[in-house]
Ligand binder design. Structure first.
Ligand code: GRA
Ligand code: FAD
Length: 667
């Protein structure tokens, strides 16, 4: 019987049995001991601050309270970041993730998209005019692109901005019901400005979609201005803290200087000046797509911490009659569901780290006027955004199911993580649509290959000899695993191209051929992303300098990631007999061996993510493993238990017990 104070004895045993020093692994994940120290300091600042503790738990709040409490928290975060001089994005990120975990900010879009869009797409003059106001929250803005009728196909947006050269103004209109802006975060009640994406008309011509700064509310009274109808879109699957909004514009006039004109311009007489690349206006979406990879990884990592710690504490079912009940983590089926997710969370963390660095490098080039890497940045960010949000959202849900009944309670913390991570599959480009953008890039690369042109390094695997068979032996070497993923992706890319080719030969137009091949194209894009992430994981464990025991444990986890991905998607790997049946058996056996190999380190692997209890907010994922006392305390604190007998008893149950149902007939 586990004790009810101190660390649960099973969990303590797990920590004694691990083969590596947890601190060493934390140092590796977060890029060095100094950074770990800094992260801990920032987490501590937030978790020990009484301000964040004074509110009732999120799950006990009404929608209006969720919004209002979260707003207070984020305004306070804003103030504290200024006071503490936290200017680095990574510092703000760590402070915020501990201060308001998985509570989508009512001023988030202001920080994440509104300010960066001004910075990247505004002229020097516009930046000078707006950024100080935005920094001081006099202007609170959002990114209003999506409309009720169009989110994906942004060239199809219906909002118009028509230039009037006589007054040197743009006139903004929402001509149809479907043209109203719908979904933008914080738009409903919080913001007083927004960047509106609209079809530009000048000199009688449509010049495509452009961004316009529009004031929507009075700066003193916060009332909507003339011609503006704005509001909250109502309750959603989650995101109760965020007032995602709608907006209708009727003949709203804004000065010419309110079009973001760093790249495209409308001159005073109405002459349109084109940007160097029309897609440069899509840059803010790329920024957020890049950030989603780490967000998704973090969500899955936290879910793994919760589910794996709980699985070490929870005991269920006598393994042999009359014997001790087993820790549920010892069931192979539990390991088979959880350990590959643990491996995925590491894989995605490394992908997120890569994405961040690659984004910074490429945008620096773009800022310097070199746009050559834009297509690569778009393809990689779209692919990793979609792949990570899919894998991690599904993973969080599996972690929840692995906790049995208690996983269904908000006490587990898992539903909150899930509803926060899953919209990442939809926003910033619906995942299937993003994968098709990746496929478009892959088809271009395939064309280059056919023409004997040079390919970027990360695409060079496409030239692999597809007749070659796998080098897999009993050893299950990492390079053979990477080769398998690259082989599968290269073959799927070729098959998708061949499908289109065949359709064209049968008389279809290129567009019809594309539409007739989108499933195969999506398979190819997913296989490409899977290969990319696997190779990155392998390179990270092989090439990085780290403690040797950590390296050995992380190598097993990396191998599990790769082997599990093959076993789960076997069809794609054996379709062309790349693996023979003997090799498949080797891989299946290796999978079971790896589960056993990782077993003693499972808790250490999740401890290394170093999330304090206050961030996890989970009765099941507590560091001390005292889950049962925590569940009991949680139940007792439920507002439903404030009164022993609820008013509803007297109003409804008692009359029903007496056969009185009159109150219903009044309805
Ligand atoms: C699907 C596409 C990409 C299609 O765009 P399109 O203009 O119709 O393009 P097309 O004619 O099909 O040609 C594609 C071409 O455009 C290129 N491209 C597309 N996007 C980019 C980019 N970002 N950077 C660089 N290049 C880009 C592609 O590579 C193609 O190039 P190519 O013609 O092959 O040379 C686009 O419509 C799109 O991005 N849709 C998704 C919309 C989206 O992401 N909305 C986000 C709204 S904001 C939001 O959700 C915030 C939530 C945040 C939160 O709450 O936290
Ligand atoms: C929580 C949340 C926050 C958001 N915040 C913002 C915000 O701040 N600002 C903003 O502007 N927007 C925001 N959005 C909107 C979001 O960006 C869009 O919902 C998203 O881009 C998807 O577009 P859609 O809704 O039009 O989906 P649709 O395109 O209608 O998708 C429906 C289905 O159609 C499929 N489909 C569509 N087109 C194609 C195609 N070409 N090929 C194959 N399949 C296709 C999709 O794969 C999907 O299965 C937010 C959305 C959510 C859920």
């Amino acid at each position: 019987m586990a004790t009810t104070t101190g660390v649960n004895s099973d969990l303590a045993k797990e920590r004694n049995n691990s083969t590596f020093d947890v601190e060493e692994l934390s140092n590796f994940i977060y890029r060095g001991p100094e950074k770990v120290k800094r992260r801990r300091y920032l987490h501590n600042l937030a978790t020990k601050d009484p301000f964040f503790r004074k509110f009732k738990p999120w799950a006990f709040q009404t929608r209006e309270e969720q919004y209002e409490i979260c707003l207070q928290k984020h305004l306070y975060i804003n103030k504290k970041c200024k006071e503490l001089n936290l200017t680095e994005p990574v510092d703000k990120f760590f402070y915020t993730e501990a201060a308001a975990p998985h509570e989508n900010s009512p001023i988030g879009l202001h920080t994440v998209m509104f300010i960066p869009t001004i910075e990247k797409q505004g002229t020097e003059e516009q930046k000078k005019r707006w950024l100080p106001l935005a920094e001081s929250l006099k202007m609170i803005g959002t990114y209003a692109q999506t409309e009720m009728g169009h989110g994906t196909f942004i060239r199809g947006l219906e909002t118009t901005a028509t230039y009037d050269p006589r007054t040197r103004e743009f006139i903004l209109n929402s001509p149809t019901i479907t043209s109203m802006k719908y979904w933008p975060g914080n738009l409903g009640k919080t913001t007083n400005h927004c960047l509106v994406m609209a079809q530009l008309y000048t000199q009688g011509k449509n010049c495509g979609i452009h961004m316009f700064m529009v004031q929507i509310r009075d700066l003193e009274t916060h009332m909507p201005l003339a011609g503006i109808e704005v509001g909250d879109i109502g309750p959603k699957f989650g995101y109760g803290t965020n007032d995602n909004g709608f907006l209708r514009l009727s003949n709203v006039r804004i000065p010419r200087e309110n079009m973001l004109m760093r790249y495209s311009k409308v001159l005073e007489d109405g002459t349109y000046v084109k940007p160097p690349n029309a897609k440069i206006a899509y840059g803010s979406m790329v920024l957020v797509r890049a950030a989603i990879v780490t967000d998704a990884a973090r969500a899955l990592a936290q879910a793994c911490v919760i589910s794996i710690r709980y699985s070490a504490v929870r005991r269920q079912t006598e393994v042999s009659p009359g014997g001790e009940e087993a820790q549920i983590i010892d069931y192979q089926t539990q390991q088979y569901r959880l350990f590959p997710l643990l491996a995925t969370s590491y894989a995605m963390y490394f992908a997120g780290r890569f994405m961040y660095d690659f984004y910074l490098k490429t945008t620096a080039e773009i800022e310097g006027g070199n746009l050559d890497s834009m297509p690569q940045l778009h393809a990689i960010s779209a692919g990793l955004k979609a792949f990570s949000s899919w894998m991690c959202s599904a993973g969080v849900e599996t972690c929840r199911l692995c906790c049995g009944g208690h996983g269904y309670s908000h006490a587990s913390g898992l539903p909150k993580i899930y509803i926060d991570v899953v919209p990442g599959c939809t926003y910033e480009g619906e995942n299937n649509v993003m994968m098709l953008q990746v496929a478009r890039f892959l088809m271009k690369m395939y064309g280059k290959l056919q023409n004997g042109e040079a390919l970027p390094t990360f695409m060079q695997y496409m030239s692999t000899d597809l007749n070659k068979k796998s080098c897999m032996t009993e050893e299950v070497a990492l390079n053979c695993l990477v080769m398998a993923y690259e082989h599968r992706a290269a073959r799927m890319i070729r098959d998708a191209a061949a499908s289109m080719e065949k359709l064209v030969q049968s008389g279809k137009s290129p567009v019809e051929a594309w539409n007739g091949s989108t499933v195969m194209l999506t398979w190819a894009a997913i296989a490409h992303c899977h290969a990319f992430v696997t190779k990155l994981f392998v390179e990270t464990v092989v090439k990085s300098r780290m403690d040797s025991k950590v390296q050995s444990a992380l190598t097993s986890l990396c191998k599990l990631y790769a082997v599990h991905g093959i076993v789960e998607n076997l069809g794609g790997f054996i379709q062309d007999q790349f693996f023979d049946s003997k090799q498949v058996k080797i891989l299946q056996k290796k999978l079971m061996q790896l589960l056993a190999e990782i077993r003693p380190n499972a808790v250490a692997f999740v401890d290394a993510f170093d999330y304090p209890d206050e961030v996890l907010q989970s009765c099941l994922g507590r560091y001390d493993g005292q889950v049962y006392q925590a569940l009991y305390d949680y139940a007792k604190s439920s507002p439903m238990n404030e009164k022993e007998v609820l008013d509803s008893y007297y109003k409804y149950i008692k009359p029903a017990q007496n056969g009185k149902y009159q109150q219903y007939s009044k309805l």
